[in-house]
Design a protein around this ligand. Structure first.
Ligand SMILES: [Zn+2]
Length: 59
């Protein structure tokens, strides 16, 4: 009795030995991205220095 086919944990398709435990490179890459994504944060744009140089511009 053959063991039941393991499935890709991401999409549930039959996994590919080349990309186990995933079914394809796409799913494997996605999983990697998920790992990196855990700590990856897009740096928020710093508030630009509001130069007050022109406060007397009217003069
Ligand atoms: Zn998959």
């Amino acid at each position: 009795m053959p063991s039941k086919n393991p499935r890709c944990p991401l999409c549930g398709k039959p996994r590919d030995p080349d990309f186990k435990p995933f079914c394809s490179r796409g799913c494997r890459d996605r999983d990697l991205l998920n790992w990196f994504g855990e700590d990856y944060r897009v740096p928020t744009a710093q508030a630009p220095d509001d130069a007050d140089d022109h406060r007397f511009d009217e003069g």
